[in-house]
Structure formats: structure tokens, C-alpha cells
Design a binder for this molecule. Structure first.
Ligand code: AMP
Ligand code: ZN
Length: 493
């Protein structure tokens, strides 16, 4: 196969074929979607009973990097994300708060969407709320019943896993010797407890329920994802993803429900993100070792540092979260922004240099190869930082030309289409969370860029423009001082 005509890509050609690690096969495989040029992806979204923590966002950032990467390769991506807005915890917590599940979850859905925006997570094509798809779930359960995969007990409907011989193929659990007919009603349980699971749960006294053709009650967690994934994406999807903790039972059960109903493969590639850890333990609500985005923002951390940190560690590696790692991410972002500002506003001798053209091509190739290798973001970042170092050296030596800036900036643009941290809009985003609302404080890179613009205006003797920039910066708390040697220094008020 000629690599230029690789069928693994969308419209644009690439030198490298895309490889993803597929939990289903246990192998890293070339990624080839079912329909050329199109990727249908389902991502398990949050259970909206509280604010999401940054462990959750590790997985959501991975899913965003995945979608942005596929788009950058020319694929049309159709992504569906569910919102689990009914489950044991939601029912319990909304009852304790004395409000309806709708009212209770609305608040956390809005918070989640705001959080996503702050991290530059692109909106999926479909965001599907479980409670708005009860009919689809009931219909799927009816199909399973018609095919003999279910039984009822005390008003609840269960999936009989012994009827589905492929049960365990994703998580590789051994179902031999399991007690047939043993049931589980909770949605989350471990591998040692593999059992027939509830598709539809009879209402407990006082609990919210739906009146349906399969009786009153509410859906189990797993059926929601099967029903909504197939509704929007068809019987067979290209990619299904989530954190590793979802492999069993959630994804195993989704496969059982979907494939038992359709007789077709459900998802072709299963991608699972490793956990974000704190002191070597999974960050989780139940352990109490979690931090929300809002807490980190209030503690002075920027959205861009958090996104960068979460994206920088390849998704199949565990990410040990420390305050130092966040600080490191903040300086990496600052370094890139300052570099971009230097390229945009610097004055370089006319012409272009062949050595930079070659250097840029090498960076592009390394970046591309890193991401094509199962989204190795660390390798892709190394390609960018090596380029930054080499270009800075060339500038310092006077070897960088005017015509070199655009191609290097284009590499940064390619990087930012995936990593999305270059725009200096942290202050603006934090203000949306009510943090630092006193001034429109610009970041260093923005100030440098404005100062350079003012310099350029002064050089062409456009004093009106240069005064305007000075006044505008003053309004935002930045004081410019023209020094006697012709340079400009700035400081914050
Ligand atoms: P939940 O709201 O519990 O359904 O979780 C939403 C997403 O976050 C799922 O894909 C989980 O697998 C993922 N997740 C939960 N905890 C972590 C963690 N500590 N690190 C990475 N992903 C996590
Ligand atoms: Zn799911």
C-alpha cells in the first residue's frame, strides 16, 4: 500500500498511518474507519451528580485531543457524548436536596459545560441526556427480551449474561464457573462480581420513575449508552472511549446489550485512558482526594496550564498529579506564547533560510509521527519544544529571516489545533468563573505583542496609533516606560 494513499486518513494524505491501542484486541492497530473519511465516535460523559474533578477531565481532554487529531487528519468526526442524569447517586442526592432530578442535574450539567469551555474542549456533535432517551432504552430492552436475553424479577429486567457467549471479550474476565442467575442491581461493581445486570430497575418507594410498556421504573446505567450510541451513530461505531475504570462492567455490558440486540459488532476500536493519580491513588470522589477545576482556578492556576498538563502525558500512561507538575505546565505554555509573540512581532532581516525550512519540515514530521503513534502527545510536544529551542538559537545568532516566521508560526498553528493553549485568554476565562474580575489583566505574551506593535507604529511615525496602544494598556494596568536607549520596558501597576 502506498503510504500517500493510506485509507486510514480522511481527505488529507499523510506519511504515517494512524495507530491506536484497541482494548478489544489488546493490540495497537492501524486505525481504519468503517466509512472512508468519517469517524463515528462515542464518548462516555459524566454522571452529573456533582462537579467533575480533574481526574474526569484527564479522560475528557484525551477525548478532545483524539477528536481534534482526527479532524486535523481530514476526517469528518461525528461524536456523541452522553450525560448520565439518572442513577443511584443522583436519585439519592436530589431527594436529599428536596428537588427534582431535573433541577438537581441541570445545575451540574451547566457547570460541566462551563468547565469544558474553559479547557477548550470542543463540543461533540450530539450531547445526549439519558432522561431524554428513555423511549430508546425501553425499545432496546424490548428487542433484547424478544430475542430471549432478559428475564424479570420483582419488576426489574435483567440481562442474562450466560446467553451471550462473548461476554468478557473486552475486559478479558473469565466467566467460566460463575454462578448462573446471580444478579446485581447496582451499576458499578467489580470483575469478581460479574453477574446478570439490571437493564431496567423497578422503582423503590418514593423514587422517581417512568411509566413505560415494560413497567414503571428507571433505566440501568449501561443501557443508556448502548441505546444512545446506536441511535445517533448506527449499530456499529468506529471508536468508543472512556477511562479504564469503565472497561468493566460498563463497556462489557454495553457490548453485551448492543451486540445481543443487533447481532453486529458494536464498537470497532475501544480506547481507554489511564487514570490521573494523586500519591499513587486514583483521583476519585469516594477517596476524597479530588480537585475540581474551580478549586484549582481559585488557587491561581490557569485553564491553559491544566489543559496542557492533562494533554501532555500520553493517555495510556498514568498521570501523577502534583502542584509542581501544574507549575511546569504553566511555564511550558508561557514559553510557547512568548515564542509565538517573538515571531509575530520581531524584526528579522529580509529573505528566508533553507536551514529553517528543513528544520520546520522535520518538526512537522516528528509531531505527526508522535500523534499517529497511539496519540503519543509527549513525543509530539518534544518535536515542538525542540523546534522552539532551535529557532530561538537561530534568532539569537541573527540567522533567522523575515520569511522564516510564517512557516514556524504555521507549525505552532498545527500544534495548537490539537493542544489548544496558545491563545492568551486565561484571564478572560477566569473572569467567567468570577475570579480576578477587577481588571482585564493581559498575559505577558499579549503585552509583549502589543508593545512590539506600538514600536512598529512609532517607527512608521504613526504616533496616534502608538499613543492609542499605550493608553489601552494603561487602562488594563500596564505601564510603559520608554528608556533613553530607545527600548521600552513595561510593568504592571
Ligand atoms: P463518571 O462521571 O464517574 O462516569 O466519570 C466520567 C469519566 O471520567 C469516565 O470516563 C471515567 O472513566 C473518568 N475518570 C474517573 N476518574 C478518573 C481518573 N482519576 N482519571 C482519569 N479518568 C477518570
Ligand atoms: Zn457509557
Amino acid at each position: 500500500m502506498s503510504v500517500q494513499e493510506s485509507p486510514t486518513t480522511g481527505d488529507r494524505t499523510t506519511m504515517t498511518s494512524i495507530q491506536f491501542h484497541n482494548t478489544l484486541s489488546g493490540q495497537t492497530e492501524p486505525f481504519v474507519p468503517l466509512v472512508k473519511g468519517e469517524v463515528r465516535a462515542y464518548t462516555c460523559g459524566p454522571t452529573v451528580y456533582d462537579f467533575a474533578h480533574i481526574g474526569n477531565f484527564r479522560t475528557f481532554v484525551f477525548q478532545d485531543v483524539l477528536r481534534r487529531y482526527l479532524k486535523s487528519k481530514g476526517f469528518r468526526v461525528i461524536q456523541v457524548m452522553n450525560l448520565t442524569d439518572v442513577d443511584d447517586r443522583i436519585i439519592q442526592k436530589s431527594a436529599a436536596a428536596g428537588v427534582s432530578i431535573r433541577e438537581y442535574t441541570d445545575k451540574y450539567i451547566q457547570a460541566y459545560l462551563d468547565d469544558r469551555k474553559s479547557l477548550n474542549l470542543e463540543p461533540p456533535e450530539h450531547i445526549a441526556r439519558a432522561t431524554e432517551h428513555i423511549d430508546d432504552m425501553v425499545e432496546l430492552i424490548q428487542r433484547l427480551t424478544a430475542k430471549g436475553f432478559t428475564y424479570t424479577s420483582d419488576g426489574s429486567t435483567y440481562f442474562r449474561i450466560s446467553k451471550f457467549p462473548a461476554y468478557g471479550k473486552l475486559s478479558k474476565i473469565d466467566v467460566a464457573g460463575m454462578q448462573a442467575g446471580a444478579r446485581v442491581d447496582v451499576d458499578r461493581y467489580d470483575k469478581d462480581n460479574a453477574r446478570d445486570f439490571a437493564l431496567w430497575k423497578a422503582p423503590k418507594p418514593g423514587e422517581h420513575f417512568w411509566e413505560t410498556p415494560i413497567g414503571p421504573g428507571r433505566p440501568g446505567w449501561h443501557i443508556e449508552c448502548s441505546a444512545m450510541a446506536m441511535k445517533y451513530l448506527g449499530d456499529t461505531l468506529d471508536i468508543h472511549s472512556g477511562g479504564v475504570d469503565l472497561t468493566f462492567p460498563h463497556h462489557e455490558n454495553e457490548i453485551a446489550e448492543s451486540e445481543a440486540a443487533t447481532g453486529k459488532p458494536f464498537a470497532r476500536y475501544w480506547l481507554h485512558a489511564e487514570h490521573l493519580l494523586v500519591d499513587q491513588e486514583k483521583m476519585s470522589k469516594s477517596l476524597g482526594n479530588f480537585a475540581t477545576l474551580r478549586e484549582l482556578f481559585a488557587g491561581g492556576h490557569k485553564p491553559s496550564s491544566i489543559r496542557f498538563l492533562l494533554a501532555s502525558v500520553p493517555y495510556r500512561r498514568q498521570l501523577n498529579f502534583t502542584p509542581e507538575s501544574l507549575q511546569g505546565a504553566a511555564s511550558s505554555v508561557e514559553r510557547l506564547r512568548t515564542f509565538a509573540a517573538r515571531l509575530r512581532s520581531g524584526k528579522f532581516p529580509a529573505g528566508a533560510s533553507a536551514s529553517i525550512t528543513d528544520r520546520v519540515a522535520k518538526a512537522r514530521e516528528e509531531f505527526d509521527q508522535g500523534l499517529a503513534d497511539d496519540l503519543n502527545t509527549a513525543q509530539a510536544l518534544a518535536a515542538i519544544f525542540d523546534l522552539v529551542r532551535d529557532v530561538n538559537t537561530a534568532i539569537d545568532r541573527g540567522e533567522f529571516r523575515e520569511g522564516d516566521a510564517a512557516p514556524v508560526l504555521a507549525v505552532l498553528e498545527m500544534f495548537d489545533a490539537i493542544f489548544a493553549v496558545l491563545r492568551d485568554d486565561d484571564a478572560e476565562k477566569l473572569r467567567a468563573f468570577g475570579i480576578g474580575g477587577d481588571s482585564a489583566a493581559p498575559g505577558d505574551a499579549e503585552i509583549e505583542a502589543r508593545v512590539a506593535e506600538r514600536e512598529a507604529a512609532r517607527k512608521r511615525r504613526d504616533f496616534a496609533a502608538s499613543d492609542r496602544i499605550r493608553d489601552e494598556l494603561a487602562e488594563r494596568g500596564i505601564i510603559l516606560e520608554d528608556s533613553r536607549d530607545g527600548g521600552v520596558r513595561w510593568k504592571r501597576k
